[in-house]
Design a protein around this ligand. Structure first.
Ligand code: AMP
Length: 630
């Protein structure tokens, strides 16, 4: 691993020298004067003085280089039985039209635009149109429900919201416009313009003076030849809200130049892409993987990206592998959950397909267990299955096998080594290094590399506290537990905070708790994630009802519906237990560790560490209560 080691060492010891050659590979109107400005730590700024445009790098650059007839996106919908190839030339045309629509709707550089769309090409077109005019997009996962959308609207205060009548999941319509209408009513901020993509799935109600159909507004306002806005490298490009330890999501704010250079570098050095290839990230544009590896990175690299609407098992579990065969996919990126779902079905769905074009499959989003890794390797006839680890905040890999530089021996269950610029350590709560092989908190010694979040939108203090004030010393807290083995391989063990990962989707237990507390019968609640074979983790809740309220299955359903309506179906609570009391410390803090052990039927562990004897009684009472109400 000499090559990796040498490059990695340089990325830590001399980041300027490491990143400059990669920065030289993207297009700048004006080249950066300084690679890294660390003077206002922890607000690291990359490629300072550089002027560029993300949309130019993704689209115009390739049209000007003679690639106008090459596919930029291949859209496949197994939900609506459609597919569509969009060449770079066609994409430029559509992006310019929508940029013109946004401009003529009053959107200026720095203004926000919320995109609440299912997996349709228009989601990417709208994002690129924002990038073209320097507007900050905030894509909200179209599985999120009213309250989640309303919170994001109030935080981002968008000039325009782009949505669709509906999406579809496993053939069933998922209405979106009605959620938008309700969210807009709940939000304090009044969004002046709503652009609706009418897919003909459900009949949308239109609000006069505010709502307009995509087709109509493009015809009316899409005619200007809008050029790319000249953006400073340090100008923000997008906000992506993610769950944290409080109920309010964190708006991770991405820069322009760091994002561009980091993603370009990852395509070459991590994924090992080559010109002319087809890259398929089977994720959703509402998550960070979709931002980085559906919308942007393949286009920054001038290759073809697949936009897929559907699940891995609809209409049957062979669908993904037929797509790989039909479109000759070269590199794929998805989540371990997808393989755990596929594992339940006949492996012939996979083994009978010709996957000869597929060179590698990358997985991320949650721990990849060794049995799933082994199964996936076997059924794909030894296609390398590469685990890598990252998060919304980082925007690209933190731990990875640098496949494009050197193919390092895989240890199942490990996302291998630190990515460029990530000076990682495993420490204890006091900030001391853990010995090899022992569990601790995974942290990064600053600076954070290019592409990592600039701040939390509108809240520099929260950024500083959430990421840099969690441990003594000055380190970036990933929020995860990890172990480093004696060979330097890392194993990520899951979140050390109140965040859970359900089928790779990141959720805050606080968000779910706040939704449950919204139910009139609920007095107190504690939500945790427990282990699940297929989804990795699933949320469950312990609920204390108000005086006079009686536990029942009907009440459980009602409470769960509150979660589904306020957060979204992905947060659906798997099990609710009614208890008399929650296990707490004297200071009133719920002891989640004990709640988790109760739910998982595991030993409660050492209760003597709890300071106050009465809280132990409370725990016992809770166990008794649980038995009574089960
Ligand atoms: P998100 O911000 O939604 O991408 O979620 C990030 C979190 O997902 C991380 O902090 C980890 O808890 C988890 N995660 C992502 N990739 C991996 C991986 N390869 N192995 C273990 N956990 C992962």
């Amino acid at each position: 691993m000499a090559k990796y080691k040498e490059m990695y060492k340089q990325s830590i010891e001399n980041p300027e020298k490491f990143w400059k050659p990669f920065a030289d590979k993207v297009f700048w109107y004006k080249k950066p004067e300084k690679i890294l400005d660390a003077s206002k730590a922890p607000f690291y700024r990359w490629f300072v003085g550089g002027v560029t445009n993300t949309c130019y790098n993704a689209v115009d650059r390739w049209v000007e280089a003679g690639k106008k007839d090459q596919p930029a996106y291949i859209w496949v919908s197994s939900e609506t039985n459609q597919d569509r190839i969009i060449t770079y030339g066609q994409l430029l045309d559509e992006v310019v039209k929508f940029a013109s629509v946004l401009k003529n709707s009053g959107v200026k550089k720095g203004d926000r635009v919320i995109i609440y769309l299912p997996m349709v090409p228009e989601a990417c077109i709208a994002a690129l149109a924002c990038a073209r005019i320097g507007a900050i997009h905030s894509i909200v996962f179209a599985g999120f429900s009213t309250e989640s959308l309303a919170i994001r609207i109030d935080d981002a205060k968008p000039k325009v919201l782009v949505c669709a009548d509906a999406g579809k999941r496993a053939g069933k319509p998922v209405p979106l416009k009605s959620i938008v209408d309700e969210a807009l009513q709940r939000a304090q901020f009044k969004v002046p313009v709503v652009i609706l993509l009418d897919r003909g799935i459900v009949k949308p109600e239109m609000v006069a003076g505010r709502d307009v159909f995509w087709k109509d507004i493009v015809a009316k306002k899409g005619g200007d030849k809008v050029e790319c806005e000249k953006m400073a490298s340090t100008d923000p490009s997008y906000i992506l809200y993610t769950s944290g330890t409080t109920g309010k999501p964190k708006g991770a704010l991405r820069d322009t130049g760091g994002h561009l250079v980091a993603l370009y570098t990852s395509m070459e050095t991590i994924y090992g892409c080559k010109p002319g290839e087809i890259y398929w990230a089977a994720s959703d544009v509402g998550w960070v993987v979709g931002h980085s590896y559906i919308i942007y990175a393949p286009l920054f690299y001038g290759i073809t990206s697949v936009i897929y609407e559907g699940t891995p098992i609809y209409p049957d579990p062979g669908i993904w592998f037929r797509i790989i065969e039909k479109y000759k996919i070269n590199r794929m990126f998805t989540s371990p959950t997808a393989f755990r779902v596929l594992k339940k079905f006949d492996e012939k769905f996979i083994t009978e397909r010709n996957l000869s074009t597929l060179k590698v499959i990358f997985l991320a989003g949650e721990p990849l267990d060794a049995p799933t890794w082994e199964w996936a390797t076997r059924v794909t006839k030894n296609i390398p299955i590469i685990d890598h680890y990252w998060q919304t905040e980082s925007g690209w890999a933190i731990l990875t096998n640098p496949w494009g530089v050197e193919q390092i021996k895989i240890k199942p269950g490990s996302p291998t080594f630190p990515a460029w610029g990530w000076n990682l350590k495993v420490i204890d709560q006091a900030g001391k290094d853990m010995p090899d092989g022992e569990k601790g908190f995974l942290v990064g010694v600053p600076p954070t590399p290019p592409g990592c979040l600039m701040t939390i939108y509108g809240d520099d203090e929260r950024y500083d506290i959430a990421y840099f004030k969690q441990f003594p010393g000055f380190v970036y807290a990933t929020g995860d537990y990890a172990i480093k083995d004696k060979d330097g391989y890392y194993f990520v063990l899951g979140r050390a905070d109140e965040v859970i990962k359900v089928a790779g989707h990141r959720l805050g237990t606080r968000e779910i708790e706040e939704a449950i507390l919204g139910h009139p019968a609920v007095a107190e609640v504690c939500t945790i994630g427990i282990e699940d074979k297929e989804k990795g983790q699933i949320p469950v809740a312990m609920v204390v009802l108000k005086e006079g309220k009686t536990p029942s299955d009907a009440l459980k359903t009602e409470i769960n519906n509150t979660v589904r309506n306020n957060v979204g179906a992905i947060a659906s609570v798997h099990d609710i237990k009614f208890v008399m009391k929650l296990p707490k410390t004297r200071s009133g803090k719920i002891i989640r560790r004990v709640v988790k052990a109760l739910f998982e039927g595991k030993p409660l562990g050492d209760l003597s560490t709890i300071e106050d004897g009465t809280s132990v009684d409370e725990i016992r009472e809770a166990i008794k209560g649980m038995g009574e109400n089960k």
